[in-house]
Design a protein around this ligand. Structure first.
Ligand code: CA
Length: 273
């Protein structure tokens, strides 16, 4: 295989640095500091690998882990489809030729579902033909690498796709419409107004703002914001979304949070306009 082990790239280093820059502000209680450090750990982008070649999958897992990503792996399309219900990956590396459900078919399915419609997908394939490339991109993949590829090149592509599609993941200052989150100062503003949020509401907003338009079920929000090791009722999510709305929406201001009936919540993509 034409794969070389790569050292951590400079850009990858920079983006992890910006995540590490978030520091608790002094007036926080110990509980809040604990919650925040748990949240920061969870803020590592999750990459899902769907690849049936065990050696390649292991190599990818090793390198992505070293680069600072959280990694989950599936050996075929069916396993991937199941896993995606539990974890919401920030990016998917998807092999074209898989046993059973093909990469192309899986890609099409993911694009057809509101929860995964916006997840960046990089296709990995042995096919290098231009028509295949176009077919892959037509199906909804964001990028395409042909085997054999160098790990350095793949990691650079992953960073580029992340930056292009999910700038909110790596920046200190995130803007959505007239809402600004300053992660370094741990502050939220809407227009000229300072928005005071509790720690849970802050994490909720930060999570939603990383994935505009993506619909999260209550269970997914619980996992992402509260952590999968904490037992909280799904209804709790509604309470905190309510508080977030109350703090965020002043008189006559548009509500950026969309309630999707029997599905969950998302940040309204139309809010920008
Ligand atoms: Ca394969």
């Amino acid at each position: 295989m034409g794969i070389t082990l790569a050292r951590r790239g400079e850009q990858g280093q920079a983006s992890m640095d910006s995540i590490e820059k978030i520091r608790p502000v002094p007036q926080d209680t110990e509980q809040e500091q604990l919650e925040r450090s748990q949240f920061e750990r969870r803020m590592k982008p999750t990459v899902m690998i769907v690849e049936d070649e065990e050696a390649l999958s292991t190599l990818l897992q090793y390198n992505l882990d070293k680069e600072g990503y959280k990694v989950v792996a599936a050996a075929d399309g069916e396993e991937a489809a199941l896993l995606i219900r539990e974890v919401t990956p920030d990016l998917i590396l998807l092999d074209w030729m898989l046993p059973g459900l093909s990469g192309i078919e899986l890609c099409r399915r993911l694009r057809g579902r509101p929860e995964t419609r916006n997840v960046p997908i990089i296709m990995i394939t042995a096919r290098g033909e231009e028509t295949d490339r176009i077919r892959g991109l037509d199906t909804g993949a964001d990028d395409y690498v042909t085997k054999p590829f160098s790990m350095t090149e793949l990691l650079a592509r992953i960073r580029a796709v992340m930056r292009r599609i999910r700038p909110a993941l790596t920046e200190d200052l995130v803007t959505f419409g007239d809402i600004v989150i300053d992660r370094a100062a741990h502050r939220v503003r809407r227009g000229e107004r300072e928005v005071h949020l509790g720690p849970t509401e802050y994490r909720l907003l930060d999570h939603l703002i990383q994935h505009p338009g993506r619909v999260f079920s209550r269970e997914q929000l619980l996992d992402a914001v509260w952590g999968s090791d904490v037992y909280v009722e799904a209804r709790t999510v509604d309470v905190h979304v309510g508080r977030l709305r109350k703090a965020l929406n002043g008189k006559g201001e548009k509500d950026p949070i969309r309630t999707v009936r029997s599905a969950g919540y998302s940040l309204d993509e139309q809010f920008h306009n």
